[in-house]
Design a protein around this ligand. Structure first.
Ligand code: COA
Length: 332
């Protein structure tokens, strides 16, 4: 496999910000409780005119502009999402059309909060295999569309957002050790009913009853998901580091999925990764599902915490359950 690098990064969050104080008016909660139990202070919410493909398109535009290329150069577009504009066509097709990416093929990938890590790895293999030169991997979700704003256990957690990373072969001028290094994934469908949206698919198609029974919203056993996330995020990272002959000390920057600040801190502490090396921006965005990792990478780049040559550990746990971790050496 040839070496693959992340050559551009673009993100988008809608303008409207929903604060904890506004949520206090919707459900029995408080700013203090949300901050203490989750680390979230505010999240962005898409206006009624926007859908997931619009967020994805905006993030893609930023990434392409950063690299200075036209969308017609893309060979493939992968969109990780659990909130597509509609069941079909795929969000990838909608984004391809809006971008004018004439020669790109692509598809949507459903892995919830692990979606971006899965997409990045799939894209890395397309480029690494030698058949693709430029693959755009997007993580985009409009969670506000499937959140029940009368359920205090879920409505406080999620926000809307998108991020895109461009993948290309490593150039001769790049450090030969940079780019994609390794990935470990795991799925465990036995946990499917701990976090899911019951209706709207072929099992329970939309009907007056499913709407009445609020089955088109996220249903979650928060405590169960929390315990699973803390255990599996640690395990997958530990196994990935070990099989590469690395330890926590070698990690330059950890960019975890942002589901809950306490999950991230507990994982980092168990791994023995210094908290200064762990990127946390959940305070301003909440959990944007497939959008969290590129949003966190963007913030880390902008603040100077993520630099060329850093060994980056991406990690996520999500509905499914899905679990994934990846090691990259940053090349930008
Ligand atoms: N405001 C105030 N109280 C709340 C609340 C809220 N928004 N949500 C729940 N509570 C209450 C509960 O009803 C419960 O009250 P009770 O003891 O009277 O029954 C109490 O707080 C403790 O509930 P618990 O569920 O144990 O809280 P928690 O500390 O586990 O926090 C979550 C709840 C949802 C924040 C937490 O479980 C979590 O983050 N889970 C993982 C969710 C996740 O990451 N999902 C996405 C995966 S990618």
């Amino acid at each position: 496999m040839r070496k693959v690098k992340i050559s551009a990064l673009g993100c988008y969050t809608p303008e409207r910000v929903l604060t904890n104080f506004e949520l206090e008016k919707l459900v029995a909660t408080s700013n203090e409780w949300i901050l203490e139990r989750t680390g979230i202070s505010e999240r962005h919410i898409a206006g009624p005119e926007m859908a997931t493909s619009d967020l994805a398109f905006e993030a893609a535009r930023v990434a392409l502009a950063q690299r200075g290329i036209d969308a017609s150069e893309l060979d493939a577009i992968l969109v990780s999402t659990v909130t597509p504009d509609m069941m079909f066509p795929s969000t990838a097709c909608l984004v391809q059309n809006r971008l004018g990416a004439r020669k790109a093929w692509g598809f949507d990938l459903v892995a919830a909060c692990s979606g971006f890590v899965y997409g990045l790895t799939t894209g890395a293999h397309l480029v690494g295999g030698g058949t693709h030169q430029k693959v755009l991997v997007i993580g985009a979700d409009t969670m506000s569309r499937i959140i029940d704003y009368t359920d205090r256990g879920t409505c406080i957690l999620f926000g809307d957002g998108a991020g895109a990373m461009l993948l290309e072969p490593l150039a001769e001028t790049d450090d030969a050790n940079a780019g994609f290094l390794d990935f470990l994934g795991e799925i465990d469908g036995s946990g499917g009913d701990s976090l899911y949206m019951p209706a709207g698919g072929s099992r329970l198609p939309a009907s007056a009853e499913t709407v009445r029974d609020r089955k088109h919203y996220v249903h979650q056993d928060g405590a169960q998901v929390f315990k699973y996330a803390v255990r599996k995020m640690y395990e997958i990272c530990q196994n990935l580091l070990a099989r590469n002959g690395l330890t926590a000390k070698d990690v330059g920057v950890m960019i975890p999925h942002q589901a809950n600040r306490r999950i991230i801190i507990a994982t980092a502490e168990r791994l023995g990764i210094d908290c200064e090396k762990v990127v946390i921006n959940i305070e301003r965005y909440g959990n944007t599902t497939a959008g969290t990792i590129p949003l966190a990478a963007r913030d880390a780049l902008q603040s100077g915490r993520l630099k060329k040559g850093d060994l980056v550990l991406f990690a996520a746990v999500g509905a499914g359950y899905t679990v994934g971790a990846a090691l990259w050496r940053w090349a930008m």
